[in-house]
Write a protein that binds this ligand. Structure first.
Ligand code: FE2
Length: 255
């Protein structure tokens, strides 16, 4: 009995030992959710912040990022042109500093009335091909969620729902993740969720979605260097191995 237990213990620890793949995020290639354009949302406030965070991304093994400032009428009523102007500033400074990281920009669209006005009137910024990153209210589930996703698709886009694990009102309705996927909506994990940054319930939902293989992308959703520091530390833990084993689509972004 003891030897069997010890035997199992040994195998487990061997499993850990065998998994000394590089402990960084290079397996993802690129990131697709972050707030690196200076001064237009609650992410980078200055160009120095942007560069410091992009340097941290490089150090963590990322070759490129698609950064996604908020477009949210109540708090950050940004426009495509404002985001792209900020991107130019970032490109200019990266060149000055001779930093080799590919940076593109899209947006994290908050689903409100303003979003549907933009959807009617102009092209959206996409993270890749026709894929649009969207977020919904943290406070309460939109009553017509499937209709919202369908309307985005009708306009020729594929919705990618940001951090589904953070919408705690889905806790008692986890079937919704499969239903969303069946309706053509993609799902994006915040790596910080797995690292425990938003608490145990969010981590638990993230593990559930990951174990059911429903995620498409992993994103940092980095706003500041405290996020970078936690993401760095997370590479040393056991849960990181689950992330590394998962077949995310991030590599498409820099293919
Ligand atoms: Fe975000």
């Amino acid at each position: 009995m003891f030897s069997r237990l010890f035997g199992r213990k040994k195998r487990e620890s061997e499993e850990e030992d065998n998994s000394d793949a590089v402990r960084d995020y290079s397996f993802l290639g690129a990131d697709m959710h972050s707030h690196f354009i200076p001064g237009i949302d609650d992410g980078a406030q200055t160009i120095d912040d942007s560069i410091t965070m992009l340097k941290a991304m490089q150090d963590m093994g990322y070759k490129g990022v698609v950064t996604t400032p908020h477009i949210n009428f109540d708090h950050y009523p940004n426009s495509s042109s404002k985001i792209l102007a900020g991107l130019q500033q970032v490109h200019h400074t990266l060149k000055e500093k001779d930093m080799d990281i590919a940076v593109k920009a899209a947006a994290e669209y908050y689903i409100d009335d303003h979003f549907f006005q933009i959807l009617e009137r102009e092209p959206l910024l996409t993270i890749y091909q026709d894929q649009v990153l969207v977020e919904i209210s943290m406070a309460s589930q939109p009553s017509n969620l499937f209709e919202i996703m369908f309307n985005i698709q009708l306009k020729g886009y594929k919705p990618v729902l940001a951090h589904p694990e953070r919408y705690l009102y889905f806790r008692e309705n986890r079937q919704i993740f499969t239903d969303l996927k069946d309706r053509g909506c993609m799902l994006q994990l915040n790596t910080l969720s797995l690292a425990g940054y938003y608490g145990g319930d969010v981590k638990d939902m993230a593990l559930f979605i990951l174990e059911n293989k429903l995620y498409d992308y992993a994103g940092t959703d980095m706003h500041h260097m405290r996020h970078a520091e936690l993401l760095q530390r997370f590479t040393q833990g056991k849960t990181f191995l689950k992330l590394q084993k998962y077949a995310f689509r991030n590599k498409d972004l820099i293919a």
